[in-house]
Design a protein around this ligand. Structure first.
Ligand code: ZN
Length: 218
């Protein structure tokens, strides 16, 4: 079992956790949710001597996906091969195609619409640092939100579905609080108490810790 390295890079004024995950032995890695501040993501890639093979998106919100197009261009120039953007589920297409317009409303520079090279669906797998991760569709925060989980590694990236002591907001016109809790209860918690996760905002946790103490899961 390879020992994967993970770096969290807080990006955008929303302090969103972009994740860089890589295998230190091979240098193979992936970037998850590059919302912006692309030069800082590239600096982390440089520091870790990582070859970023793909960009993964958990969902279509601008703080998670607004830097994806710029990062893809920069990585392709640096590495000389195509770097695909993979995910989220196609049900978030309306969010990805509205990023530039929404960023303008917020007065944020340097964000662009993102166009995935591959939409992902429940039951598929994606490679992160040479390891297969399951794709879980976990709607509620957005309709097409995905979680990437490896049972073998005991590790998941959950985006804005679940946080330490909280859950993703669902007060958007397209949000669905019941669906969000069902996603957590039916898909995430069954992965096991010991599974660690990184999330889109704040520190990570384990599913067991959240099952026991998260007030939104009572
Ligand atoms: Zn979000």
């Amino acid at each position: 079992m390879p020992k994967l390295q993970a770096a969290q890079i807080a990006v955008t004024p929303f302090q969103q956790n972009c994740a860089l995950i890589w295998d230190a032995e091979t240098g193979r890695g992936a970037v998850i949710d590059p919302g912006g501040d692309v030069p800082r993501i590239l600096a982390a890639i440089e520091r870790g001597q990582v070859t970023a093979e793909r960009i993964l998106l958990t969902h279509g919100h601008l703080d998670h996906a607004g830097g994806a197009a710029e990062l893809k261009r920069a990585l392709e120039a640096r590495q000389g091969v195509p770097v695909p953007i993979e995910g989220p589920d196609r049900r978030d297409e309306f969010l990805l195609s509205g990023i530039a317009a929404q960023a303008a409303e917020y007065g944020l520079d340097g964000m662009a619409d993102a166009t995935p090279d591959r939409w992902l669906s429940e039951g598929e797998t994606v490679a992160i640092a040479g390891q297969d991760f399951e794709v879980l569709h976990c709607p509620g925060h957005t309709p097409g939100h995905l979680v990437f989980a490896s049972r073998g590694l005991g590790f998941a990236v959950v985006g804005d579905v679940l946080f330490r002591g909280s859950v993703g907001r669902t007060d958007f016109p397209y949000g669905d609080g019941e669906a969000l809790i069902a996603s957590i209860r039916d898909k995430l918690l069954p992965l096991g108490d010991d599974m660690r996760f990184l999330c889109g905002h704040g520190p990570g946790s384990t599913f067991g810790e959240e099952r026991r103490s998260n007030p939104f899961l009572r």
